[in-house]
Design a protein around this ligand. Sequence first.
Ligand code: HPA
Length: 246
Amino acid sequence: MASLAIIGGTGLTSLEGLKIVGREVVHTPYGEPSGPLTHGQLFGRDVTFLARHGYRHTIPPHRVNYRANLWALKHIGVTHVIAVAAVGGITERMSPCQLAVPDQIIDYTYSRAHTFFEEGLDGVTHIDFTQPYCTEMRQALLRGGREAGLDLVDGGTYAATQGPRLETAAEIDRLERDGCDVVGMTGMPEAALARELDLCYASLAVVANWGAGRGGEEITMEEIGENLRTGMDRVRQVLKAAIPLI
Ligand code: HPA
């Protein structure tokens, strides 16, 4: 059976309903993960949870140790990862509180440790990343959404930006011209590192706000918080239906 991990993003620093059975500190060759791994049972299934930004939400997107997080999960035997991520909506169907399972990524991040394949190599290694997300996991999430009676967007391109600042209105326009549907700060290098470790990884994106210049004059943390509360309730419904399918 697949061993499943959930990486929680902004708005999901703990998994409601997770019956915690233990916490595990894993030290990795790449440094420390965002926190101890939390082992428990969710909807009758063994699940490992990790809060991407730390359990107190103190690690900004550009300082997350993505390599340590993914390596730690792989090390304990995880094979499948659901990455929950708050995003800004760019295109029309990506309105606040909408859930989406993106199928493509464009990486605009920089200066992040983005690969395991750089030292002590037997040979230069290039992973295939044509389809950046695991099809099996995407389908489980989409089917879970359908079974929960929720309208999830199937597909869309995730723009991974550096942060921690939000974008300018012109940057959002440019992202849309590039073909992006949502924008977030943590999707990369996380997805690529998961692929390097051969983990079946997909993202469940929750739209927290309209991208800069698409909604009101300014994006407020209150607005983001409020939409994420609704969005994360929906995430829990998707997880409940999707987890038995994985
Ligand atoms: N931009 C980038 N990342 C985000 C946003 C946004 O508007 N909202 C939530 N995460």
